[in-house]
Design a protein around this ligand. Structure first.
Ligand code: ASP
Length: 328
């Protein structure tokens, strides 16, 4: 009898927990890159929009777990307690790392619950302000003339900036022209570029727009297939395709994930909050001003987002193989 009572009390406690998620404990959004960078920025803006969309019942904190091109933070979340209190906000690295690492400490398609896709973000090829070139053609010539003397910064092996740099160097046939310098995110990499300690970087417009506008870095091209005609700041920069790099098309995306085994009711609650957040006028305005396009199609749903990531893994693998570099 006493036994039954204990069981009944335990069941009530579990039910009460499911009913009261998130409760008073904060929801931690793990960003696998340094604070102040583009992934961090999306996470902080999204955290605020989700706090609002959950009616102020949830406190969100953003935790930067940087290193190894995003794989340390992703690995940490894959092993976290699956109770909805630890989430991962990651970008295209969720798909690219499978092609860039021989061995990953997690399985991107098996070790996570997919919550939904957030946005798509173009990338820009930028250089330090002291570079003599003022347009893409002169910039490419400058790279060839200074082959072996230049540095290209990125956010670690497996990051979006690493992927972009790899694809671009392969496309211009300049794989040996630049030494890669890894940082814990493109926030510190950007500081080094602005300060002239590194020469080149390819990074999300969510990080580069402000610096381009302020004249602290030089922009040379955008990585999308089509020009960014709707973007006041970037509309006049050529695409890499227009500069002769046939088929070059890179747009990165962000998604939200929970550890495998997070209860379905909690996942449903988080997905609803995410979808509402993606319609939040303040969030939309901020994203638009940084050149990001918030997702409105079915990829805001877990199954479609997961199918998209699976297709990205298949699409990127041969591109990375052709560019020719394993991270580890
Ligand atoms: N932009 C970075 C990347 O290249 C990540 C970051 O610092 O947010 O992957």
């Amino acid at each position: 009898m006493k036994h039954l009572l204990v069981l009944a009390l335990a069941a009530t406690a579990v039910f009460a927990h499911a009913q009261t998620f998130p409760g008073s404990r904060p929801i931690s959004i793990v960003v696998p890159f340094a604070a102040g960078g583009p992934t961090d920025r999306v996470a902080r803006d999204l955290a605020e929009a989700m706090r609002k969309s959950m009616g102020g019942t949830a406190n969100f904190v953003v935790e930067n777990v940087n290193g190894a091109g995003g794989t340390i933070g992703a690995s940490k979340v894959s092993k976290a307690t699956p109770d909805g209190h630890t989430l991962l906000l990651h970008h295209i690295g969720m798909a690219a790392a499978s092609g860039l690492y021989r061995k990953l400490p997690y399985k991107p398609l098996e070790d996570f619950e997919y919550l939904g896709m957030i946005n798509e973000v173009p990338m820009t090829i930028i250089g330090k302000p002291q570079l003599p070139a003022n347009n893409y053609r002169d910039f490419e010539n400058y790279i060839r003339l200074n082959s072996g003397k230049l540095n290209i910064a990125h956010a670690g092996l497996g990051s979006a900036s690493h992927l972009c740099g790899l694809m671009w160097q392969a496309a211009i046939n300049a794989k040996e022209a630049m030494t890669t310098i890894p940082f814990s995110g493109t926030a510190p990499a950007m500081n080094a570029l602005v300060g002239g300690q590194v020469d080149v970087m390819c990074d999300q417009t969510t990080n580069t727009s402000g610096q381009i506008e302020a004249g602290r870095v030089k922009a040379f091209a955008v990585t999308t297939a089509k020009p960014l005609s709707g973007n006041k700041l970037l509309k006049d920069y050529p695409t890499l395709q227009e500069m002769g790099l046939k088929g070059f098309d890179l747009s990165i995306w962000h998604g939200l994930y929970a550890p495998k085994g997070t209860p379905p009711a909690v996942l449903a609650q988080l997905n609803t909050a995410l979808k509402l957040a993606l319609k939040d006028p303040d969030f939309l305005k901020k994203q638009d001003s940084l050149g990001a396009v918030v997702i409105t199609d079915k990829r805001v749903d877990p199954a479609a987002h997961k199918a998209f990531v699976a297709s990205e893994i298949n699409k990127l693998k041969p591109v990375i193989d052709a560019a020719g570099k394993y991270a580890d």
